[in-house]
Design a protein around this ligand. Structure first.
Ligand code: GRF
Length: 208
């Protein structure tokens, strides 16, 4: 799922991983909120079906929006939902119906630098202001709040002298493109077990 004018670089990394066989999965649908999002064109070029469900169409009726999303997912028998530049809170009924089957990627090392207002360059500005020498990205399970769900994969990158929010964002994005496909691969291999706040990753030979 992408929202707004999402550019879709993480979405593209996931599609590529699935099409190359790196992740034993098929991307069955890219769900957007706006028809003119670059991500949707990118998905179509990769041969992936796209559907637009605009929350605006439901005029604030979150449960009608949730129903439309759930119907689109059910029709295609979607097992895992990846939020990839979906900058909204996912409606509660979708989270509940797909418990532990929705992931998101955040451009920092959660639980630091997450929560409402922490998106885009705000995240990297906050990291630089903090003086931290490391940043990175987090793929996590989505729960009812922003950026709080159990952590699946994290990759760290250094914060370098002279970094700007843009240079740090570019370094983190490169890590995102490795972390998200890795998380999808683990899910598709059946190797993730959510236990409270923690996600246990089973060894590859434990699930064959
Ligand atoms: C990424 O930085 C991701 O961490 C955040 O939204 C951005 C999406 O970028 N959730 P892209 O559309 O995948 O290029």
């Amino acid at each position: 799922m992408v929202s707004g004018h999402g550019r879709g670089s993480n979405m593209a990394a996931i599609i590529e991983a699935c099409q190359s066989g790196e992740a034993p999965a098929t991307v069955g649908l890219v769900l957007g909120t706006r028809r003119d999002a670059p991500a949707l064109e990118r998905a179509q070029q990769a041969g992936v079906e796209t559907v637009v469900i605009s929350p605006k169409r439901f005029e604030g009726d979150d449960s009608a929006y949730a129903d439309a999303v759930l119907t689109a997912l059910a029709q295609r028998k979607i097992d895992l939902v990846c939020l990839a530049g979906y900058m909204r809170i996912l409606p509660g009924p979708v989270v509940a119906a797909c418990r532990n089957r929705v992931m998101n990627i955040h451009p920092a090392l959660l639980p630091l630098f997450g929560g409402p207002g922490m998106y885009g360059e705000h995240v990297h500005e906050a990291v630089l202001a903090s003086g931290m020498k490391l940043s990175g990205c987090t793929v996590h399970i989505v729960d009812e709040q922003y950026d709080t769900g159990p952590i699946v994969v994290q990759l760290a990158v250094p914060v370098e002298e002279g970094d700007t929010p843009a240079t740090l964002a570019a370094r983190v994005l490169e890590a995102e493109h490795r972390a998200y496909p890795a998380a999808v691969r683990l899910f598709a291999q059946g190797r993730l077990r959510v236990e409270g706040r923690c996600v246990r990753v089973l060894p590859e030979d434990a699930v064959q």
